[in-house]
Design a protein around this ligand. Sequence first.
Ligand code: GLC
Length: 763
Amino acid sequence: MKYELMGQRCIRFTDGKKEKYLEAINKGLVRIYEKKNSEDLVKLTYTFDDASFEFIDDKSTNKKAVFDFGKYTFEVGEDLLIKVREDKVPYFEECLCKETGRKSDADAFDIAVLEGAAAKEKGIEKGLKMGFCIFDGKDRFYGLGDKAAQLNRRGYDYISWNSDDPTQHNETYKSLYKSVNYVMVNHHSYKYYGVFYPSSYKCTFNLGKESDDFWSIETEKGQADYFLILGENPQQITKTYAGLVGKTLFPPFKMLGYQQSRWSFTEEEARNLVKNSKKYGLPLDYIVFDIDYMDNYKVYTVSEKWIKDMKALSDEFAAEGVGIITIIDPAVKLEKGYPLYDLLVKEKGFATFEGEEYVNRVWPGDAKYPNYFDKKTADIIAKVSKDYMKENGVACIWTDMNEPASFNGPLPDKVEFKTEEKTYYHDEVHNLYAEYMVRAISKAFTEDNKRPALVTRAGFATTAQFTTSWNGDNMSLWTHLAASLPQVATMNICNFAMNGVDIGGFNCDTTKELLIRWLEANLFSPFFRNHSSIGTLHQEPFSFDEETREIYKKMLDIRYSFTPYLYDLLHRAHECGEPVIRPLFYEYPLDEKCKECNDEIFVGGDILFAPIVNQGATSRMVYLPEGNWVDFFTGKIYEGGKEYIFSADFSETIILIKTGAVIPMFKNVKHLNKKDIDTLYLYFAPFADGEKKDLVYELYEDDGETLDYEKGIYSIFRISRNEEGTEIEQVKADYPSDYKKVVIIENGEETEADFYGSINRDL
Ligand code: GLC
């Protein structure tokens, strides 16, 4: 084995047959490759620092080469396999994937396929296989985006291939809507590392399914090339990962509000919802119109039969503080005379196959797929989106079916997406299709200095920069309710901060109890939407009885009271890559009890949330990690490091706050229209008896809707607390506050003060 230094940050190794490279990107990031995957379309945002390798061992007689990289040691052996140690302890190792006895007889499935049951087992990739050691048999695997599984994906394999399959999602479901080629691994009980595979081709992550010795990434068409993310804990690794795939979107403040959706509300139903929400005091920020509002499912059209005058309706709703969201699918109905279709034909804006425009079938029947990868087509879509939103008063666009879905069999691998520079094929761009769709539409907002108000179903690892997201067609099942917590937490550590699921469940009929518990369990979900399928029992807050409506209202009020806190978290997610919703191990990486906790989450670092997710249950065990915790509803303080039984009947949930924490809150707010909210509440959690600690909370404020914050137009208030007192100082004052009053909530009492009068002095 020979190596050569290619500058300070890159080393080339060769054994005479193949070559391999180690490239230091920054102190937490090393790229390891034989050949790089193309970055033409997978746009990564990593930045270099002065990280470099330092050669330390020449006793090797060509058998190995050893380099220091900060506190890590990289060793490359004759076989060109990489071993990384941290403090002499194995940290990360490549290995060969040896056959083990544990195998599934995938080729013998034909008979089972007849029944349909085992069809999904097929399709494991052959080809390139990159193997990595499992060290002590206990490694845990987190990440991979929206897969509907428990936090720890150990023992399963998952295929990155964006798929629209509305049958029941669960842990053995190999592909869902998004492809997030990222895992964070925990081993030796205290070490964590991350691996990101930057290819958009189909690939499989096999997380120790066949073996307890190795895990692997397999691909037919991608290159041997991955990023190794080094770090002491999940916080560092998550931050570095966010720097690699791009800052998560900072959406408009209003999008933290409640969205009421259903396939498909009529104009009258929508009006009644707005009216009833007002009448009964239920918060509401958006009404969502699903596909039937369109004229024959033609995107960017409105059927006058369905909604007489969309602009008039949106003005009417806007006056009530409610925005309109409409669905837009990618495929364009094949119909001469339909302006968008004609325009895209004229401008050669559709994907082609064997020289013809490619046709498949989706909601509108035969339809063609816009080639969003082509700049000219993307610009057309941006313009059409902008005009459409303006003309109809649409506040937010919900993009769906962008895997892309196709009812007439999958798109062939060789469907062509031509750009000025080159022709891309479907097998390379499939997983990026949704991203390029939302990239195009997001321009309709950013060109006007507005933050994108967008939702997507499909996506790639890098897509959260442009859009919020939800996790597709779940079912009204208790198992899916329970799965929503690890799913949203996982999406969050994968940089998809503004994520959520359909509250109440999409397919199948919900029940009164399931709906309420679902709302409760998703109370902190950044993306917050109740949505259900056509043909199922209605599940709007007014669909059951008065009791349901009352509890629903109570829970929505609780959600809205925490929105300033959620907004601060979203801002930090955007700026620093910190997730909003966090699995417990993110905050307590060394606590074994936190590593597989699927029914509790952290909201930021200060709120521990433990909803009830089982039918009929009115109490549950809650594990409180180290520290002291105060029950938000009773004020009782609990010592952490233990399990407790908490009760919460149907109309209650369980929220614990770190003692001494500061939580900014609202009261009695029904719509998140920032400028209309003039009172900020600051909840000061009590300290435990004799507890001494210093806490600092930074409250962020801006206009909540434009991109002005990028120009520094925002304010930051620093609130410092210890057991002796609290101080607020304004450390950045570039946005004149919308708040007139501040109310301190402490020990059950509320004290009102003039907002600016409270700043820069002790409270
Ligand atoms: C897809 C979406 C679902 C939507 C339906 C009709 O199934 O996932 O949310 O309601 O299409 O547009």
